[in-house]
Design a binder for this molecule. Structure first.
Ligand code: MG
Length: 217
């Protein structure tokens, strides 16, 4: 069944595939990702940091595919700090005995195949800072959803926010304005971006922060 058949018009993603993919993305947040990618990706490629098993990739990728655009999806696939063995978000199924650590790349590749996104999504298996050091392509949308330590979030912000073209979007996941509800690193970088003068704040969808890159005066 597609979203269209399920009553969510216009999104060519099989909802049963979305439900089958591991991840931490709410469906309303996913729909916002789809809508924003569909709105701007004709102008330039999109990029996400933190692929994990590809749940957000299904939405962003579908938005890009609609315009014949592409999505770069960066992840070292070794899991972020909070996903390691013994940590709060560890999933034993993602542990690779041969590698002696987490490996989410097989899950991600399966998601791309199921979602018919292999000609739309370009996986980059690396730390985001390593990729950023060689990056020169303007981007219409950057979605930061990588590590949740301050160091990881701040690095992702510094490395990628400057590549968003005027009229494009910088999106940040897991924003909790109340510290009792979650870690503060994503909100810290959201506030840095909002205070930079380069972005306008747009309404959030649940924990998804949306910043619109201003045009030069
Ligand atoms: Mg997240």
């Amino acid at each position: 069944m597609t979203f269209h058949e399920a009553g969510i018009a216009g999104v060519d993603i099989d909802e049963s595939i979305i439900d089958s993919v591991k991840g931490f993305l709410d469906k309303e947040e996913g729909m916002r990702l789809y809508e924003l990618a569909a709105a701007v990706s004709a102008a330039a490629p999109c990029l996400e940091i933190g692929s994990y098993c590809g749940k957000s990739t299904l939405y962003l990728g579908a938005g890009c595919r609609k315009n014949g655009s592409v999505l770069f999806s960066i992840d070292h696939h070794r899991g972020s700090e909070e996903q390691q063995p013994g940590e709060e978000y560890f999933d034993p199924e993602t542990y690779d005995m041969d590698a002696g650590g987490m490996n989410t790349l097989p899950f991600f590749r399966k998601t791309l195949a199921l979602g018919n996104l292999e000609d739309t999504v370009i996986p980059i298996v690396s730390r985001s800072a390593v990729v950023a050091g060689k990056w020169a392509t303007p981007l219409s949308l950057v979605f930061i959803d990588g590590g949740h330590s301050y160091e990881s979030a701040f690095t992702d912000y510094c490395c990628w926010a400057g590549h968003v073209i005027p009229g494009g979007f910088l999106l940040i996941h897991d924003i909790f304005k109340n510290p009792e509800e979650g870690g503060q690193a994503p909100y810290d970088i959201y506030r840095l971006a909002a205070a930079s003068g380069l972005f306008d704040e747009r309404p959030m969808t649940k924990t998804l922060g949306v910043l619109h890159r201003r045009h030069p005066l």
